[in-house]
Write a protein that binds this ligand. Structure first.
Ligand SMILES: [Zn+2]
Length: 411
């Protein structure tokens, strides 16, 4: 009798343990890392939105995505645009965007002067906010905290910015247009940013989430990283095609797309942070910011609801040069070594435009590490160079999407 009781007792313990292990991924956990930053909200400086008029020149930051903190005249023909960050310390990614025009046609010198950073983004000019040309000729000041260039101005406004301006409204227009594709759902609001802007997600798949393996796509935690967002757009456009590959892919997989994780930062013209002054890609351990709280809660609860789980997370960013941050051999995800094989496959397709690959440790609370810690999922940070030409961004992103689907079906 005693033996039987002992058996039952151990069986019970084993059952409980199995249940605990099985459901663990459906409870959002907090994680500890060796390299962390405090992600409690901080104060930020809001830029004053106004129309500046200096002599016969106008400068304007009254639109979403703008950044211009002051506009002054330095001498007869030189005007200065002051660019300051939302708060400090901050990553050296001095974003700027503004409109400029003149009462009469003229040619002026424009100086971009940065506080707390050196020059980074090539200036670009647009007559319509859609088509952008790079201003290739400019001069630096002594310590690279300012650049100057010649600019013909006229009565019609021109946009000057560090990258093409893609704000939250532009993103929503794209999402609405995507939803007309066979596989793509309507945008769904999964939460609100610190300033109350909607956080959207879309599902791309063949209807029923049940029994599917999930691929999660993220973008724009960091506002100026527009080239990474462009890559995401081309990547998603490929996933939205109706062809033999996607038809096979959506039998087994579903894609969850979170295209704009930091809408406040994007619309407020931030260099890096959200409206609470925090780098969102350092908050994937304690979820103190509403944007990361919402996206992680959604992923965990939606996975639980359909009894599915993410097997791959891809987060699109920009940095100085194209690079794929993947896991090294010591990580054993549910798709062991997938990103290594995937990125090699992309390189083969787009040769000779190979991308540097860098194993990146598990030291920081970034999204890539969260996918692994929470779900044992494979993950990658897809980094696009600040000045990678659009045709190369497109070529690589299309190859990445096709190769990913093809390989996942065979993995
Ligand atoms: Zn980034």
């Amino acid at each position: 009798m005693k033996n039987l009781q002992t058996h039952i007792f151990f069986l019970l313990i084993i059952t409980l343990l199995l249940q605990a292990c099985g459901s663990d991924k459906y409870v959002r956990r907090e994680f500890t890392y060796t390299k962390t930053v405090d992600t409690h909200s901080k104060k930020i400086d809001f830029q004053t939105k106004k129309l500046y008029k200096v002599g016969h020149i106008f400068a304007d930051n009254r639109f979403d995505g703008a950044r211009l903190n002051d506009f002054t005249q330095i001498n007869d023909s030189t005007y200065q645009v002051l660019i300051t960050p939302e708060n400090t310390p901050i990553n050296p990614s001095p974003w700027y965007a503004f409109k400029i025009w003149s009462e009469r046609p003229d040619t002026i010198y424009l100086q971009l002067k940065y506080k707390h950073a050196k020059h980074r983004y090539f200036p670009k000019v647009s007559q319509n906010r859609k088509d952008w040309q790079k201003i290739k000729s400019f001069t630096y000041n002594n310590d690279s905290t300012a650049i100057s260039f010649k600019l013909p101005v006229k009565k019609e406004a021109q946009w000057i910015a560090g990258q093409p301006i893609i704000n939250s409204t532009d993103t929503k227009i794209w999402l609405d247009s995507l939803a007309s594709n066979l596989w793509v759902s309507q945008p769904k609001v999964i939460g609100k940013s610190a300033k109350g802007r909607p956080l959207y997600m879309l599902k791309i798949g063949a209807g029923d989430t049940k029994n599917k393996k999930i691929v999660v796509l993220l973008s724009r935690q960091h506002p100026p990283e527009v080239t990474g967002f462009m890559a995401l757009k081309y990547f998603v456009n490929e996933l939205a095609q109706n062809d033999t590959l996607t038809r096979a892919f959506y039998q087994k997989y579903e894609v969850w797309l979170f295209p704009l994780l930091n809408p406040d930062g994007v619309d407020l013209g931030h260099w890096r942070h959200n409206a609470a002054g925090i780098d969102l890609n350092r908050d994937w351990a304690n979820y103190r910011q509403p944007e990361i709280d919402a996206v992680t809660n959604f992923i965990v609860s939606e996975s639980k609801k359909h009894h599915v789980k993410p097997v791959l997370g891809v987060d699109f960013h920009s940095t100085f040069k194209d690079v794929y941050y993947i896991f090294d051999d010591s990580f054993h995800s549910v798709l062991p070594g997938f990103c290594e094989v995937w990125t090699a496959g992309i390189d083969r397709t787009v040769a000779p435009f190979k991308t540097r690959k860098s194993p990146y440790g598990m030291a920081q609370p970034i999204s890539k590490n969260w996918f692994y810690k929470q779900f044992k999922a494979e993950a990658m940070t897809y980094e696009v160079g600040d000045e990678t030409p659009v045709n190369i961004i497109k070529l690589k992103a299309k190859a990445a999407a096709v190769t990913m689907m093809d390989l996942l079906l065979r993995y």
